[in-house]
Design a binder for this molecule. Structure first.
Ligand code: FES
Length: 100
């Protein structure tokens, strides 16, 4: 009998870096707006009412590769973030979790 267990994550957490390097000249602000449009206002994961939470960090200690974002579970880092890449990530999360 095949194992039909669904290994997709049930919850996702996104951490967007808005630190001095990642947000130099306001370059991370469009990412903030994209995430807010997709998932509402940021807040700590323990306050989340839906399957997706997101929050802002002041530095993720990988400034040279910024703008940066990390995805949980897993803690995968996305470097040199662009709006196009972030939209892909948002669509992928919505497909995995369901549109919140
Ligand atoms: S400012 Fe974003 S990783 Fe340091």
């Amino acid at each position: 009998m095949a194992d039909e267990r669904d290994d997709r994550p049930r919850r996702r957490r996104i951490v967007l870096c808005m630190g001095a390097t990642c947000n130099i000249s306001g370059r991370a602000e469009p990412f903030y707006e994209c995430l807010r449009a997709a998932f509402g206002d940021p807040g700590p994961a323990f306050m989340a009412r839906g399957p997706v939470s997101w929050e802002v960090a002041s530095c993720l200690d990988m400034c040279d590769e910024g703008p940066n974002l990390t995805l949980y579970p897993g803690g995968d880092a996305v470097h040199v973030l662009t709006v196009e890449r972030l939209q892909e990530i948002i669509e992928q999360i919505k497909a995995e979790i369901g549109d919140p």
